[in-house]
Write a protein that binds this ligand. Structure first.
Ligand SMILES: Nc1ncnc2c1ncn2[C@@H]1O[C@H](COP(=O)(O)OP(=O)(O)O)[C@@H](O)[C@H]1O
Ligand SMILES: [Mg+2]
Length: 466
């Protein structure tokens, strides 16, 4: 079924003769990434989208939905074919993010639009060039308006990226130079953003994606091979204007197929294209310029938020991004979050405060807040997950004989032991109570841990390989 969105009519493409998706059962669906059906709440939620739908402004249906790429708290992201590229040679394969039509969703879509404009103005560049410096700002923006203007969905178009950096790094050995390059490039992207006076606000590893160059040559057949046939979970009840007939699973590109296809067009260079540790930071829905607007907190989940987000005396700003970058780098190196790892939802503030204290090595500076939070925590039951996590940390310390969990985590992760002291130094400078004591992004980039990533350095053997 082809569904037009927007105001005016367009000529629909014929319905394909075969079902364009595979239905999976509840058992297979358990570990898949899908949004929840109640996130389609009428007048508040996501736009129901189906495979082969055509999205576009004024009902022009410019973007045909081929597969699903992901979903987050504010949007669903779709792999689309651009049926009307504006530039000669422009890539037809695009990611279209559609935000929720709630106030928060619209706010986040408009923030992304604003950041796109700011980045283009400040670095006097087109979105494609911003990608070169690791900023995945949208190349295009349009709105889908329904229900007589009561439902507005912001749509952000960008190049297709390969997947989240954490998934990519999961398969790399801890001492693979590429892993370090990914971390370094994430720090460089943050530096570019901060130079433009933009705070990202949600700098988590799920918002750092790996770039996918060479896509412009791929055919529809290639795309279908690489991302596979869409897999969907049927929803209960009748689909209507608000609820979709099914929820599509986020598809991931098959590395081998991707390599094969790129080799057809680029020869040996195909694999090289895939091997580049280029990243793009996405999701600017919570980004802002702190010189224009002061904020007390960001959208980032509790486990990644900095202590100043809970303080009356501070505003959140560039330093809060640095804290989040520290959490992301720590995760990429150790496959664990530094604080309250594996605790679903928001960890209890008292637990989080204890974790910070263990990491930083001194008590939370505001004794009044500390006393109240810890007293509150005493009354809480320690959850099984939290107890397991504390046990994991104790075991890591016992196993390695390290002085702190920070050091133990790096050793357990298999970081080359002589490099551990430098990493401990970097994390200690990132995870500070007070934002004014926190290391600046320039100093992270110049830190010894990234010595071998810096281009101006003469070629040296990577120390971890010794
Ligand atoms: N350009 C893209 N290419 C491929 N996948 C993407 C792209 N943009 C987003 N995604 C996927 O969709 C997810 C949600 O997108 P994001 O912009 O972070 O939305 P939200 O604001 O809802 O978190 C990302 O974590 C990622 O997995
Ligand atoms: Mg996101």
């Amino acid at each position: 079924m082809t569904r037009p969105y927007g105001g005016r009519l367009f000529k629909p493409t014929p319905t394909p003769p075969v079902q364009p998706y595979t239905v999976i059962g509840a058992k297979d669906a358990r570990y898949e990434i899908v949004e929840k059906i109640d996130q389609y709440e009428p007048g508040e939620g996501f736009l129901p989208v189906h495979i082969n739908d055509r999205l576009g402004e004024d009902g022009d249906g410019r973007y045909r939905v081929i597969n699903k790429l992901g979903s987050g708290s504010y949007g669903t992201v779709w792999l689309c074919e651009d049926l009307d590229p504006q530039q000669p040679g422009e890539c037809r394969w695009k990611a279209v993010k559609i935000t929720m039509c709630s106030d928060g969703g619209i706010e986040s879509g408009l923030a992304e639009k604003r950041i796109r404009r700011d980045v283009m103005e400040r670095c006097r560049c087109a979105p494609a060039q911003a990608f070169e410096i690791g900023l995945g700002i949208p190349s295009d923006y349009f709105e889908i308006v329904r229900d007589g203007g009561r439902e507005v969905y912001c749509c952000l178009v960008s190049p297709i990226l390969r997947g989240e950096i954490s998934e990519e790094c999961f398969y790399l050995s801890r001492n693979d130079p590429k892993l370090l390059d990914f971390c370094y490039n994430a720090a460089l992207a943050m530096q570019s953003l901060h130079k433009m006076e933009i705070v990202h606000g949600d700098f988590r590893s799920t918002n750092i994606l790996v770039q996918l160059p060479g896509m412009d040559k791929l055919t529809l057949h290639d795309i279908k091979q690489i991302w596979g046939k869409p897999r969907v979970i049927m929803t209960e009840g009748k689909p209507n204007d608000h609820y979709p007939a099914y929820l599509a699973v986020a598809a991931r590109p098959d590395y081998e197929k991707l390599k094969e296809c790129l080799q057809v067009y680029y020869g040996d260079k195909g694999e090289e294209l895939l091997d580049q540790p280029k990243i793009a930071v996405v999701d600017f829905g919570g980004s802002w310029n702190p010189k224009q607007k002061r904020k007390k907190s960001t959208f980032i989940p509790t486990a990644y938020s900095s202590p100043e987000s809970y303080s009356d005396t501070y505003y959140v700003s560039f330093e809060s991004d640095i804290w989040a970058l520290g959490c992301a780098i720590f995760y990429l190196l150790t496959k664990k979050d530094p604080f309250c790892h594996g605790i679903a939802g928001a960890p209890h503030m008292g637990d989080l405060m204890r974790e910070w204290e263990e990491f930083i090595g001194t008590p939370y500076p505001n004794s009044k807040v500390r006393a109240a939070t810890l007293e509150d925590a005493m009354r809480q039951r320690v959850t099984r997950k939290m107890a397991d996590w504390r046990k994991t940390k104790r075991e890591a310390i016992d196993k390695t004989g390290a002085r702190s969990y920070l050091e133990a985590a790096l050793l357990v992760a298999g970081i080359y032991p002589p490099a551990v002291a430098d990493w401990v130094d970097l994390f200690k400078r990132i995870f500070t109570w007070r934002p004014e004591h926190r290391i600046k992004i320039e100093d992270i980039i110049n830190h010894t841990v990234f010595e071998h990533c810096r281009e101006d350095e003469p070629e040296k053997a990577y120390p971890f390989d010794k």
